[in-house]
Design a protein around this ligand. Sequence first.
Ligand code: FUB
Ligand code: ZN
Length: 806
Amino acid sequence: MNLTKLGMAIVVAAIAIATVAFASDIEPCRAEPATLQAVRLRQIELDGFWLQQGKRLIEKWLPHCIAQMEPGGAGQELANLIAAGQVIRGEPHGRYTGAPWSDAYIYNTLEAVCLALAIDARDDGELAAAQARLSATLDQWIPIILAAQLPDGYLHSFHTVHGHPRFSNIGWHEFYVMGYLLELGVAHYRATAGRDRRLYDAAIRCADQLDRTFGPPPKRTWKNGHPGLEYALCRLARLVDEVAGPGAGARYARLAKFFLDHQHELEPNSYDQSNLPAIEMVQAEGHAVRATYFYTAMADLALMLDDPAYGDAVDRLWTNAIQRKHYLTGGVGASPRGEAFGADFDLCNDGYCESCASCGLSFWAARVHRLRGDGHFVDVQERVLYNNLLGAVDLAGENFFYQNPLASDHPRYAWHGCPCCVGNIPRTLLSIKDLMYSTNSSRDTLYVNHFVGGKATIADFVAGPLGVRQETEYPWKGEVQITLWPPATREFELRLRIPRRTESELYTAEPDVANKYCVSINGQTQKPEIEKGYVVLRRAWQPADKVVLSLPLDVQRVRCDERVAANRGRVAVQRGPLTYSVEDVDHAIPASHTVLKPDAALRATWQPDLLGGVIAIDGPAFRAIPNYARLNRGGGAAVWIVEDPERAAAAAATSRSPRPEPPSRPDLDPRTVDRVAIGHFESELQHDLQGQRTASEVFRDRPWRHADVDGWFSYRLAVKPNVPQSVHVVYWGSEQGARRFDILVDGQKIAGQALLRNRPETFFDAEYPIPRNLVQDKDNISVRLQARPGAMAGGVFGLRIVEVKR
Ligand code: FUB
Ligand code: ZN
């Protein structure tokens, strides 16, 4: 035996041993005649991009969430569960604080912890130490959760502490919270390979209590005010089938179906998906988190019950959501009114895009992918994960976005009054390990869905274990090397996803990259067929066979369907799965006004010192960075960039929520030479707005602009040559904070200004005479407001050039 063969034999033996330990990574197909099955990896060695992202979540973000939820933290949600336990034991108890559904954040954070523990830390001491701390939290919190559960399985600390009657108010979200508990029970069972059943048993007790209470007469019926329980019941049903035998979990799936089928019978409305019977739904509508969770359960039922009515409804809803209501970052739910899906093509760039709605979309995509077996659904999921969701937590792992608009200068929050997203974001991202691969139901086809560097063993594949290693620098580089280790020669099909990069017909991308991929096996180029978004490679595979997939990662310019008013005259940039953003800090012009000309050459370069290491896309006076890394340096950011200033200005003028007009000033108009409508895109663009760290908002129905600490902004305004003129500015008289700045004309300071309660509770005018030499023989000048060191400039509510009063 030569050394290579000896090495291989060791690997194969190791896989065989691993197989014993990881015997049920693949979900059995018994309960569901699904097209595909999920492959859940109990352990994975990660490297590259996802290791870096995982470390950010595990070493920083999860400990941050835990600290906020512990007594003394910003939200101290754990105290509510502690108080419920005290009530149950008849002890003096603490007060309940926060939203009635606060237990939910504990559960989704702990689910993320369960996933975090599946990453093999190898020799990474920091990661191992962080995992040990997370594990200790799990050990401390599990008894607190168990102590808050009533003997019959009911668990909702808000009700237990307050003594409210159960299931009497849908706004109190018992089902939503219990859904997360069930999911935690499933995740914890899987993470411990069933060695620790405490949370699983708690989930079963809770589900049994629901099953005893709700259902066809003589049981109760009720509406779920916030879906989530239904797909959680389906998750539980699958696991119970695995643990207790086929059919054992069926009653939980039946209960899920009962809820879905009867949701519309009580107080119908689209907000909580009760306007129509589920199987008649066509439009993705209502509260976006509720909706995506509801549709996830519909897809689960289509999978588990092989019910074509559910499958057809899911297809219709998916088509509507993705082809009409899907942002380029993967976000959904444009409308802040009801945190909801908007109308078709209503994709304003300040749209809501709640992080939890992206999580819901990823869950939904996973189910429909299994139902339909098409790479399209993974294309959508990839966009969600790499953009909206990765960007929801900052690079420091200390702050998060509840909303993820595509144009914003809003910083992330350290915590939130309703931190529903805090654990949902990491549990969705860390589940990448369970999304990487799927199999068909006969387990002789392996689908490679996501390109994630790392090594794992897939158990029970073609009558044995299959070791798989992906070596890749994706998303930065397009080459993915996959090495396969079947225990011996095995015939099977390997399917590799070929991303289409335009999974929504709302967007077209140039250049087209659809057919620019290459595949080789052991160095030999292949010409495989593409089927449903995957290249198909069927052969007898030998241990250590290598497949190399090269995906094109050209910089693409993306244009949007003209029916999306907000993006007319604008272009976006993407490279591979990453959507890009422009940021104030990289430009002399605010991000939303930055222009990218159609003929500007763009190049992608690795920047090791920028934002933790990213590929930036640069052009003349232009830089874009991956959207997930946006808003880590202050200022504003925007995905959709002006390409045609006139069309973009016209579109902004007709946008859904136009900025209020400033009040008319008949006293000034006769002597006005030029005027900027502050905060109005078209006027600001016409006046060549430039600046750094500048933002515009509305106060008392009047738009204003200011520059944050050390920032500035400027406009170009018309003047009359050689006529005495002034810069006329309107300020608010109750300003506070360090607002000290200079007014410069063509680079020369003409005045200084400080704003600090100058005229309480009124707007006031200031007029700065322009020295004669600065308008000599000129027909326009630049007016710049420059913050003094450590201070801000503005806010400015009006700005004009006026002739000096005679
Ligand atoms: O109502 C529970 C959660 O809080 C929702 O999913 C979020 O949208 C937020 O309203
Ligand atoms: Zn949320």
